[in-house]
Design a binder for this molecule. Structure first.
Ligand SMILES: C[S@@+](CC[C@H](N)C(=O)[O-])C[C@H]1O[C@@H](n2cnc3c(N)ncnc32)[C@H](O)[C@@H]1O
Length: 870
């Protein structure tokens, strides 16, 4: 789980949570409705919508956004819902007649085109009031829906896969033309919730009340559950002893426990008197406590047992038996059960074993190994199948809204799949790839610890003798340069780490260079090996590294080299000084990694090669990696924002219809076009560029003149084989000085100011709220003033005074914020918990440093004010 993800509550702060925050939705569930609507498109044409169980209002926000203006939207929940523009809400229990009457009075004789229900009992603050179970709530919502829905209308409801699921679906099918159950991508995988979209309401003249009566709808199941308590255990037994053949009685999930994943601690499993039902009902046996971890080190806990404990849902009969045996052995080991074998019995067994002839032993051993291997392959195959099914399911459910940003990355069911396209890993992989030749070069070198320039005195002596003096000097020189380069790079690294200013400068420089850089110039290197590396390789490498965690090893290996060797190695093939363009044709390469194979074995990828052969357009099915680095100009993406400019690697998946994504093709590279595109999008962004443009516009210069100016002593320098530090220095100081005009700088500043002044959405909303409150205050004051004016008890003078007072209040800025006393947590206040002594009213404990910061801020403000005045 990533850092940003909250550890508790199913990692609540997932991408949809963040997206919801970003887009101003009150609940992440809003995306479920967006995705459902994307698939079934019921909101766009709806004129009236009723949302049952609507708090906090995420779905209402979506409805109000997607439904036509002037449509009627009504939201009901046990808890009050904060106002939403164009939406009427009230607090009521959807299972009551009062709720029905409220809706009726709201929509009058209209009929609803859509009825939504996302209710869940025991959710929200009013959970105590929830008397109904989820399924009953669904039925209640259906009862309301059939009352208000128009013929052909749509009812969307959330159901959980429980014992009642099939009965509910059956009822839906009686009342609607089309009933589909679906799980939108934003619905968490661990949740057993499913959304049923019932379309084409049949609007029968008479509906048998039994259809909507929980007693009748859920009768069968409840009777079976009450009489069949034993079957649940039997079912567990069946799960364990006939995992392949079993016909599970799909009881669904326990009420209130709608998670798909169940875990039990090893001690619970070992100590529980009914291990079989545990094996049949949980997904994993975990070893968390110290004692349990010690059990992992015991001989009886073989690697097979560990693997089996990890995922019980994929085990076969033999595996379950092995687990039960292990449990018995462990119980004996830890003294829960008495040892059954006496010492003499054991001796006897040993003697017996000795008697068995050797060949038979080998046969048995072979057979055992075979069975084990078979079981393992079977397990692997089953796992692969499961992964494949889940992937396909996800792809089917995946909708192409921009919000569907990928699949859940933390889903354990997609092991391996998520990191195929993990850019971070790929980047690391690439770096490590770059390191491979480095290490290889090092290994090829004589196995001594001497620095390169001293190597000639070691085992290389014979070779050195053969060298003429020039060659020798050259060799020494290049070795020296390599060392220098390495040292320079590590110096830069250290500077970067230490000096914040330097970092800012670097970033600025990078940004500065962004403008100067016009696309990807193919830097064809002599080093074919690196150039021929495709994006595929990188992905593969990244994947392998993640799997085997070898990246750490390699980098460790690298860092374990002596410093001078490392430096030399980097100098031999300085990966950080190259921008590589890696184009991988998917058709050319065969994935070797099983996870990758699973990914590409999906139906959607079938026939890709054929199509690629036939159509030129499909060459776009190429993944393009562009690797950049700190020293070189940044990657010129569409967005030049600081964070993106700092991204070192960008993966683009291009397609004909995707105009947003530019395809950088080495063969079809057109610097001018990309430059023009960039200018079109962002305008001129450097003072130099604006100055030149002004000169051109004012006819102070001509195109030919500019072209001629481009050929100068700065542009014709060959940069081949020059050390990095020298090139860096040159980039800083050795460049043509293009004159900039005051106007150009002013124009750019003005543009930046305009950009800065553009309020972000939140600010705009806050301003809107403020305005609305001010208007409300004024309206209230005016109403009161009218009242005062109308009274006959007051004299005209008193009336005027009161009205003036009221209007002053109405136009004031609202209640002044209560002053918060700042208490610095030092001296007597240090470490004080609760209210510090002698402090009255609202207070805030602050760090001493914070006060300094506040003072510094005030000082700065004061200074800037006085500067403005003068
Ligand atoms: C998952 S939330 C709904 C979220 C909502 N769709 C949204 O997007 O903001 C479930 C809601 O059902 C409400 N609820 C549960 N039982 C209810 C009942 N009997 N009547 C009305 N609302 C109920 C809860 O108060 C809770 O707010």
């Amino acid at each position: 789980m990533g850092k940003a993800q909250k550890k508790t509550g199913k990692g609540r702060l997932d991408k949809y949570y963040k997206l919801a925050k970003e887009q101003g939705y009150r609940a992440r569930s809003a995306f479920k409705l967006i995705q459902l609507n994307k698939k079934y498109a019921f909101l766009e044409s709806a004129r009236c919508c009723i949302d049952l169980c609507a708090a906090p209002g995420g779905w209402l926000q979506v409805a109000s956004k997607y439904m036509p203006t002037n449509s009627v939207i009504v939201g009901v929940d046990l808890v009050p819902i904060k106002p939403i523009p164009r939406v009427v809400t009230f607090a009521s229990d959807i299972t009551t007649a009062q709720c029905r009457n409220l809706i009726r009075s709201e929509i009058k004789d209209w009929k609803a085109d859509v009825v939504l229900h996302d209710g869940a009992p025991n959710v929200g603050t009013a959970w105590i009031q929830d008397a109904y179970s989820q399924s009953e709530l669904v039925l209640m919502s259906l009862k309301l829906a059939v009352d208000f829905l128009i013929k052909g209308g749509t009812f969307v409801t959330k159901v959980f896969r429980s014992v009642d699921y099939n009965n509910l679906i059956w009822v839906f099918n009686q009342l609607f033309g089309k009933v589909e159950a679906t799980k939108p991508p934003s619905s968490r995988n661990v949740s057993a919730e499913i959304f049923v979209v019932c379309r084409d309401y049949l609007a029968p003249k008479h509906i048998d009340p039994k259809f909507l009566d929980p007693k009748h709808v859920f009768k069968d199941i409840s009777s079976s559950t009450s009489t069949d308590k034993g079957t649940s255990a039997n079912n567990s037994q069946a799960n364990v002893f006939q995992p392949e053949k079993r016909r599970r009685k799909r009881d669904g999930y326990d009420d209130g426990d709608y998670t798909l994943f169940k875990k039990i601690s090893a001690s619970d499993f070992v100590k529980n008197p009914d291990p079989i039902s545990i094996l049949g009902s949980v997904n994993k046996i975990s070893f968390d406590t110290e004692e349990e971890k010690q059990w992992l080190d015991l001989d009886i806990t073989t690697s097979d047992v560990k693997a089996n404990c990890d995922d019980l849902k994929v085990l076969g009969k033999g595996d379950f038996k092995a687990l039960l045996k292990w449990r018995l052995a462990l119980r004996e080991e830890i003294g829960i059960d008495l040892k059954t074998k006496h010492a003499d019995e054991i001796t006897e067994t040993v003697e017996l074993v000795e008697e068995i002839d050797e060949e038979q032993q080998i046969q048995e051993e072979l057979q055992r190994l075979n069975t084990e291997a078979q079981a393992r392959t079977k397990r692997e195959r089953r796992r692969a199948n499961e992964i494949k099914t889940k992937t396909i399911q996800r792809m089917q459910l995946q909708m192409t809204a921009p919000l569907d940003i990928g699949l859940e990355q933390n889903d354990a069911s997609l092991v391996g799949q998520e990191d195929i396209f993990d850019l971070g890993n790929a980047e690391r992989g690439l770096r490590n790839k770059g390191a491979v030749p480095i290490l290889a070069t090092d290994e090829d070198m004589p196995d001594d610890e001497d620095p390169p320039h001293e190597a000639s005195g070691g085992e290389d002596e014979d070779e050195d003798v053969a060298l003429d003096s020039d060659g020798e000097r050259e060799k020494k020189l290049s070795a020296l340069e390599a060392t220098l380069d390495g040292m320079y790079e590590s110096y830069q690294e250290k500077m970067k780490e230490r000096d914040a200013k330097y970092r800012v400068q670097q970033t600025r420089e990078k940004h500065g260079r962004l403008e100067e850089w016009h696309g990807i110039t193919e830097e064809k290197d002599d080093d074919d090996e690196t150039d021929s590396e495709g994006g595929w390789d990188i992905m593969e490498a990244a994947k392998t590294r993640t799997d085997g965690d070898s990246s750490g090893d390699e980098s460790e290996e690298e860092s374990s080299l002596p410093a001078h060797k490392r430096n030399r190695a980097e100098a031999v093939d300085p990966p950080s000084n190259k921008r590589r363009k890696l184009v991988a044709d998917l058709g050319d390469r065969q994935p070797t990694n099983p996870a990758t194979q699973v990914w590409f074995s999906q139906d959607v990828f079938q026939g890709l090669e054929d199509v690629a052969d036939n159509s030129e357009a499909d060459e776009d099915a190429v993944m393009e990696y562009v690797v950049d680095n700190d020293e070189e100009e940044g990657w010129l993406q569409e967005d030049t924002s600081a964070s993106e400019a700092e991204d070192k690697m960008v993966l683009q998946e291009s397609g004909d219809d995707n105009e947003d994504v530019e395809m950088w093709d080495a063969a079809d590279e057109n610097i001018d076009v990309s430059k023009r595109d960039h200018i079109k999008k962002y305008g001129l962004v450097t003072a130099e560029a604006v100055s030149i443009a002004q000169r051109l516009a004012n006819r102070q210069t001509t195109k030919t003149h500019l072209v001629n100016e481009g050929f100068n002593r700065y542009s014709l320098n060959s940069k081949d084989d020059l050390p990095t530090w020298f090139l860096d220095d040159e980039a800083k100081y050795y460049k043509a000085n293009i004159p900039v005009t005051k106007e150009a700088v002013a124009a750019l500043r003005a543009r930046q100011r305009a950009l800065d002044a553009r309020p972000i959405k939140k600010i705009a909303e806050a301003k809107g709220r403020k305005k609305m409150r001010a208007a409300q205050r004024l309206a209230k004051a005016m109403k009161k003033a009218e009242g005062v004016n109308a009274t006959s008890d007051l004299s005209e003078r008193e009336k005027a005074q009161q009205i003036e007072k009221l209007m002053r209040k109405g136009t004031s800025k609202g209640k002044p914020k209560k002053e918060v006393k700042v208490v610095v947590a030092k001296g007597a206040h240090k470490g004080v918990k609760g209210r510090p002594k002698g402090v009255k009213g609202r207070y805030a404990m602050v760090d001493a440093r914070m006060r300094k910061e506040v003072r510094a801020k005030k000082r700065k403000e004061k200074a800037s004010k006085s500067r403005k005045r003068s």
